[in-house]
Design a binder for this molecule. Structure first.
Ligand code: PEP
Ligand code: MG
Length: 929
């Protein structure tokens, strides 16, 4: 781990020595200055300066009060890792010249004994990764500077308190002095606690100057003892160590987990922001806070944030002290509050989006330390985007582009059943930090949460406050409850971003980690007990509450009038209208029953992109007929079984065609990997089936063993089944076409598209098409229809690399293609769909892959096969209709790829349709630029 490495590394003594073996000079600018209403960079340079650095530059440029500083670029970080943790040759010189500029603007000098400048050193990746990397504050203090700081500020306590904080951070982050496996406490905290006990101090703020001096002495001794070297007194050496530590923290465990979760590439690296310190802990006229220009949970247009008087940066977000709501600042710090409200308006107008800000007030002077786009829940994303269009702050196109398509799933997630919630036992309430309804069993540590979730339990991670170390537990949990901390605490921030249901700061409840209990208001819950969280309003209930569908689902699928009046429903439908206006890709559904089709149409599906006919056999006793067909030893036996199946199939297709009301339907011929139907039968099931089929169990056992395949996914499935047993294709084509003829008679248009699966050779498709065409002739005869009175198309799935590579030949027999990217991924990567989940997590951890290729299309690899397939297919048939029906059809990034590759439509499960539509609209807008 990076921390350990930095702890062991020898202290960098002199810049010249450190750079001795470096690569040849690069003329590149490595450090960007900002401050005093000017900046070298600007807000557009996030890739180079990181989000924090770019926005600090932008704030300086628009004249906001930003403490002067410099940003060391992300390119330096990349260089650092590529060159054995060495700095580029010019870095030291560029840092020194920028320090001179900071000194000039701030009127203080780094390491000076008269008027010392202190610095903060913070990470800043291209995308914000809250709390995942390291920060060092108060850098530049040493044994002499602390005295001069005390004299200059006339506040000895402040100076010594800053020194002890610096030693603690620096010792931990840079010199690797951390809690060992044998210790129960952080060693610095232990010294602090001992000092407090000795002095009878309840709080850190009760410690005297002498106490603090003594603590500083002990901290230095601890560092020397554990790190084997003295804490560096030279401020420049301190700075070098801090910059290295921040770079190294890009590779720490938390940052890696976060990157995996959000698909952030390791190559991006982090920038380092070195900025003049301003102090919120110099007394009652000072303070620090974080705020959002609108409520990030609900999206309401209210200034939303928290602050603490007489406190320093991390105190607010760490969740240790519960801060006050920002509106209270009007009383405590009125002029700064006024100024802050003005800045809120300036920032929203300038950035045209919700901002998440950090500020510090030093002796009545307000300083802006950060602004970034505010992370928000799916609810807030939709609300804010639509409100901003109505406020004429952004256009509809911008609103569409800005809502992460995946976030729409938040609006579709269940809520509590209203009647059940009224009767439930409310034990407390907290801040509603992540909307939604969650119930599950409580666990008190991230490890316990992960273990319980792995056993299939719904987990409510319950903590006093969360720290970045809890990230794995938060990912595993359905909901998160904290008893301390505010709505801007890390728990709230991270939960919101993940779309987790979260209630924060439930002060009436107590978490006892030792006893593993959550108690309050007369209730004691133990680990594993059920708890329910209403993240819309912050209510906490003992027990398991019933849930109900979201208002969007109630409105769309259940036609509930009350739900249709809700703001959520109205905004959702408005947004879908806008998406339909801009998207070019069609959106179809993967549905196998009339009910699914009806739901999909309510969500706006324009037809079916895939009906898996084998799924229609899972129901009732149909599975018996399918098994009979598979197990048959001869054509006669198979024909008997197929006769039984035909009426089922036909009835289902009639239902589907009726539900479609004239929309097209791609129906795929049978594609059952045999193991899914017979491989998993238990002895009891075999006995039961034997009775029904009037054969012996031994016969079935023998047939199962005859048909056993070592690799069923690559075995006798797909069109291979229809080639060997054309009667299966005949039965299915008959059912589809007879159903079409009968539904047409009712005056409903039917557009069947019969799809042949798992084609590798053009000849396979040719053979299957011939069977379908012959069947069509018979069906027309039976119903007295001419060719133009019973139309259908025959096409194929492209899901085997050979079919993609020879798509021109395949297209000769196809009226459409549909990319089956599940199998195409499996076969392109040689990676089993069924078995890869055991090792793919390790692959993500090792950053071999950023995303599961079965969820998000591997555009670089599998994507090439799709591109080749489209190009070759259309080289033979210019207007060949091409879609996708693998799971990727509902994944936003993959949908965008499909747009760019010129597909006609994507097809996905009903509940993903809104997401696919929004992503399709975003793709169309991205193309226009
Ligand atoms: C596919 O392979 O992408 C596909 C849609 O087919 P199935 O998942 O049924 O194999
Ligand atoms: Mg397939």
């Amino acid at each position: 781990m990076a921390r350990k490495k930095t702890g062991k590394r020898a202290a960098p003594k002199k810049a010249a020595k450190k750079t001795a073996k470096r690569a040849p000079a690069r003329a590149r600018k490595l450090v960007y200055f900002f401050g005093g209403k000017m900046a070298d960079g600007n807000g557009k340079q996030k890739a180079l300066l990181g989000g924090k650095g770019a926005n600090l530059a932008e704030m300086a440029l628009i004249g906001l009060p930003v403490p002067a500083g410099m940003t060391i670029t992300t390119e330096v970080c990349t260089h650092y890792f590529k060159n054995g943790c060495q700095w580029p040759r010019d870095l030291q010189t560029q840092i020194e010249s920028n320090i001179a500029k900071i000194e000039k603007v701030m009127g203080k000098k780094f390491g000076d004994l008269k008027n010392p400048l202190l610095l903060s050193v913070r990470s800043g990746a291209r995308e914000s990764m809250p709390g995942m990397m390291d920060t060092i504050l108060n850098l530049g203090i040493n044994d002499q500077v602390v005295e001069s700081l005390a004299g200059k500020t006339g506040n000895e306590r402040f100076a010594w308190d800053s020194y002890r904080r610096f030693l603690q951070m620096y010792g931990d982050v840079v010199m690797g002095v951390q809690q060992t496996a044998q210790e129960h406490h952080d060693p610095f905290e232990h010294i602090l606690e001992q000092a407090k006990n000795k002095a009878g101090a309840a709080d850190d703020t009760d410690l005297s100057v002498d106490d603090l001096r003594d603590i500083v002495k002990k901290f230095k001794a601890l560092i020397k003892n554990r790190a084997g070297r003295d804490f560096p007194q030279d401020p420049m050496v301190q700075l070098q160590g801090a910059v290295d530590a921040v770079f190294s923290s890009w590779e720490n465990d938390r940052a890696k987990v976060y990157r995996q979760k959000y698909g952030i590439p390791a190559e991006w690296g982090t920038a380092v922001n070195v900025q003049a310190m301003v102090f919120g802990n110099t007394g009652r006229k000072s303070g620090t806070g974080v705020a959002f220009t609108r409520d990030p949970a609900s999206g309401k247009n209210v200034f939303y944030g928290e602050y603490l008087v007489d406190a320093q940066g991390e105190d607010v977000v760490a969740g240790v002290r519960t801060p006050k709501p920002v509106a209270r600042m009007a009383k405590d710090l009125p002029s700064s509050h006024k100024q802050l409200l003005k800045i809120r308006a300036i920032l929203e107008k300038h950035f045209r989006d919700v901002q998440d800000i950090e500020f510090t007030i030093e002796d009545g002077n307000l300083w802006m330390l950060q602004t970034r786009i505010g992370k928000r829940t799916g609810f807030a994303a939709v609300n804010i985007a639509i409100d901003m269009v109505n406020e004429r702050l952004i256009s509809r196109k911008e609103a569409i582009s800005r809502i992460p398509a995946e976030d729409l799933s938040h609006l579709l997630a269940p809520i509590f059943d209203a009647a059940g919630e009224k009767k439930a036992r409310k034990i407390a309430s907290g801040l509603p930090a992540g909307p939604g309804a969650a119930c599950g069993q409580i666990y008190f540590t991230a490890d316990a949460a992960v273990a319980a979730a792995a056993k299939g339990k719904n987990v409510i991670l319950t903590r006093q406050e969360t720290s970045p170390e809890d990230l794995r537990g938060m990912i595993a949990a359905e909901g998160i409850l904290t008893t301390r901390g505010g709505a801007s605490s890390h728990a709230a921030l991270v939960a919101r971003q993940m779309g987790k249901i979260c209630v924060c700061g439930a002060h009436d409840l107590t978490v006892d980690y030792k006893k593993k209990t959550l108690s309050g208001n007369g209730v004691v819950l133990k680990e594993g007990d059920f708890l329910s969280l209403n993240g819309f309003v912050g209510n906490i209930y003992a027990g398991e509450l019933k849930t109900a569908p979201s208002q969007v689902i109630q409105g769309l699928l259940e036609n509930s009038a009350a739900a249709k009046r809700s703001a959520t429903y109205k905004k959702f439908t408005e947004l879908m209208k806008w998406a339909d206006q801009y998207r070019k890709l069609g959106v179809r559904t993967n549905s196998d029953s009339p009910k699914q089709v009806k739901n999909a149409i309510a969500f706006g599906a324009e037809g079916i992109g895939l009906t898996r006919t084998e799924h229609m056999f899972f129901e009732g006793n149909r599975i018996d007929a399918v098994r009979q067909m598979i197990l048959a030893e001869d054509d006669a036996g198979r024909t008997r079984a197929l006769k039984k199946l035909l009426p089922y199939q036909k009835k289902d297709f009639i239902g589907i065609f009726e539900a479609l009301q004239g929309r097209p339907a791609t129906i795929r011929l049978l594609d059952p990997p045999l193991h899914e139907f017979i491989g998993t039968m238990t002895p009891a099931q075999i006995k039961k089936l034997a009775g029904k089929l009037k054969v012996t169990s031994a016969f079935i056992q023998r047939r199962i063993s005859d048909l056993h395949e070592e690799n069923p996914m690559l075995g006798h499935r797909g069109c291979r089944l229809g080639i060997v047993h054309p009667e299966i294709t005949r039965m299915q084509a008959t059912a589809i076409l007879e159903a079409a003829a009968e539904v047409q008679r009712k005056g409903i248009q039917v557009l069947p598209e019969i799809m042949v699966p798992l084609v590798s050779y053009a000849k396979e498709l040719e053979l299957q098409k011939a069977v379908i065409d012959e069947t069509a002739v018979k069906v027309r005869e039976k119903y007295g229809l001419r060719a133009n009175q019973l139309k259908y198309q025959v096409g194929t799935m492209i899901e085997i690399p050979r079919a993609a590579l020879t798509a021109d030949q395949v297209a000769e027999h196809a009226q459409f293609f549909s990319f089956g990217t599940n199998d195409l991924t499996q076969t392109c990567l040689g990676l089993s769909r069924d078995d890869s989940s055991s090792f793919l997590p390790a692959y993500r951890e090792a950053e071999v892959i950023n995303n599961n290729p079965f969820s998000q299309l591997d555009q670089i690899g599998v994507g090439q096969l799709v591109e080749i397939g489209v190009k070759k297919g259309r080289s033979k048939k210019k207007n060949l209709k091409v879609g996708i029906c693998g799971e990727h059809g509902g994944d936003p990034e993959s949908v965008k790829f499909c747009h760019r590759t010129g597909l006609n439509y994507v097809s996905c499960s009903p509940f993903r349709i809104p997401i696919a539509k929004l992503a399709a609209a975003q793709a169309a807008l991205e193309e226009k630029g």
